[in-house]
Design a protein around this ligand. Structure first.
Ligand code: NAD
Length: 497
């Protein structure tokens, strides 16, 4: 593995920061407590700005603004084509602000500027455009009834949606929820991660410039245990859609039960990337490495277990070692960097602890395994790490590490690969690498996971639903499924006599 110098690239623009305030009812609002908390740059370990430390009172204000905006009908009864125009305009404004939004994302998360500016922010705009198109296509149906009567089904917006998102893809994962929720005519209170709130605040401000009526999109920043929990408990919130850890998801489901809120949960994963001997080896290698090292492994669907056909195990492992060793770790603003620091100190500690667990548990460390913090002087840098011959039942093959740590496991037959693939509590994603289409499709049919890639990994499209089986959660973001998730079905019986 090669290492960059710790100096950020020269010539970076000065970021335009949002104020350390919430965005409520169409304007910036101070936190009731008057308190702020730092947003830390993981490459320097320094606070690069402050955000408002919101709590229950701020959430209450935002929920009431969203509730009033929903009752006020300006949004949900707006001509659907006009709603679509506003979402499209928001996409255009995001494109215009791409450089700044991408820079903020990189400073907050440690992801490379290439990824944030060339992949994530453009995808954010695309998702708003995709759902702008849906506004005019949310339809009900007609149902034949006995006698002289007609049945109609309508799709109504759910109401006030509380959207809670994590720090790994801050603006992108917020958009997965905000765009369909708004397209369906709901109003929103968005609670981004307290570690990465900046782009969510700009999203709300740009939404207002695009023409969203006041109160339609509100953002409250602050800790999950306070601002997040207050949103989950608030009686005027109709739905919670949460992306984050399985543990917090479980807690949210329990709390939301008190007011019987609709709940969508997108949680963790331990996704298997299954490589057969007949696969295109070069493509499979690229899928295995980007599957785990893209965004430093801080991807819910990361291919953190690579299952390799024993017939090619040794040669595939050698290639994996060489590719991992050649990956350039360094400051995320440097254009030569392929992997930046992990997002925060808690994550840094937990990834290193998992690596130690792997070493102690007898897995064979074949690449990485060390912190690079000393080497750089500062920053939560960790080497891309590969363990071979991993026992499928061991903690590093079972627990979500959410970092650049790969477990490689051999298998002898498709049946055994399937058994190993299923042997975790998760079911978020999986991939199959083979040239045999019959084998690929039968595995795709049998694998219990929400997304299956065949000869691909980590690819997403606004039209393809995403979500989990088992303890990876339930409900789907994206695609048409999200339109169902943000609407309620209403039946109308019309007596024609
Ligand atoms: P997290 O669960 O700690 O936090 C996620 C969000 O929930 C944050 O906004 C946080 O402030 C809030 N939160 C925390 N405690 C809360 C509480 N008690 N009540 C209400 N809100 C609360 O997760 P994280 O550390 O930010 O993100 C990493 C996790 O997210 C990983 O487990 C990863 O797999 C998962 N994730 C899943 C997906 C998916 O689509 N399935 C996508 C990305 C990340």
């Amino acid at each position: 593995m090669s290492v960059q110098t710790a100096q950020p690239a020269a010539g970076l623009a000065t970021p335009a920061y949002p104020p350390a305030q919430h965005f409520i009812g169409g304007r910036w609002e101070d936190p009731t407590s008057g308190k702020t908390s730092p947003s830390v740059n993981p490459a320097t370990e320094e606070a690069h700005t402050q955000i408002a430390a919101g709590g229950a009172e701020d959430v209450d204000k935002a929920v009431r603004a969203a509730h009033d905006a929903f009752r006020g009908k300006d949004w949900r009864r707006m001509a659907p084509s006009q709603r679509g125009k506003i979402l499209w305009k928001l996409a255009d404004l995001i494109d215009e602000q791409r450089a700044n939004l991408a820079l903020l994302e990189t400073l907050d998360t440690g992801k490379t500027l290439f990824d944030s500016s060339k992949i994530e922010i453009p995808l954010v705009a695309e998702i708003f455009r995709y759902y702008a198109g849906w506004c005019t296509k949310i339809e009900g149906g007609v149902v034949p009834l006995p006698g002289n009567a007609m049945g109609l089904t309508l799709r109504d917006p759910v109401g006030v949606c509380g959207l809670i998102v994590p720090w790994n893809f801050p603006m992108l994962l917020a958009t997965w929820k905000v765009a369909p929720a708004l397209a369906c005519g709901n109003t929103v209170v968005l609670k981004p991660s307290e570690k990465t709130s900046l782009t969510a605040l700009w999203m709300a401000k740009l939404g207002s410039e695009a023409g969203l009526p006041p109160g339609v999109l509100n953002v409250v920043t602050g800790p999950g245990s306070q601002a997040g929990m207050a949103l989950v408990r608030h009686p005027l919130v109709d739905k919670i859609s949460f992306t984050g850890s399985t543990e917090v998801g479980r807690m949210i489901q329990k709390e939301a039960a008190a007011t019987l809120k609709r709940v969508t949960l997108e949680l963790g994963g331990k996704s298997p990337n299954i490589v057969f001997a007949d696969a295109d080896q070069k493509a499979a290698l690229r899928g295995a490495t980007t599957g785990i090292f893209y965004n430093k492994g801080e991807v819910c669907a990361a291919g953190s277990r690579v299952l390799v056909d024993r017939k090619i195990y040794d040669q595939f492992l050698e290639a994996l070692k060489a590719d991992t060793a050649a990956r350039t770790v360094g400051p995320p603003t440097d254009k030569n960097t392929r992997m930046g620091p992990v997002c925060n100190k808690a994550q840094y500690d937990s990834v290193l602890a998992a690596i130690e667990k792997g070493k102690a548990g007898g897995a064979r460390l074949v690449a990485g395994g060390q912190s690079l913090r000393e080497k750089f002087g500062k920053g939560f840098f960790i080497e891309p790490t590969v363990f071979a011959d991993v026992d499928p039942a061991s903690p590093i093959a079972q627990e979500e590490i959410f970092g650049p740590v790969l477990s490689v496991i051999p298998f002898d037959s498709p049946e055994q690969a399937l058994e190993i693939a299923h042997n975790t509590r998760y079911g978020l994603a999986a991939a199959v690498w083979t040239r045999d289409i019959g084998k690929a499709l039968s595995l795709a049919r049998d694998l219990r996971a929400g997304t299956i890639w065949i000869n691909a990994y980590n690819l997403y499209d606004p039209g393809l639903p995403f979500g989990g089986f088992k303890e990876s959660g339930f409900g789907r973001d994206l695609g048409k499924d999200a339109i169902s998730a943000y609407t309620e079905s209403k039946s109308v019986w019309v007596n024609l006599d």
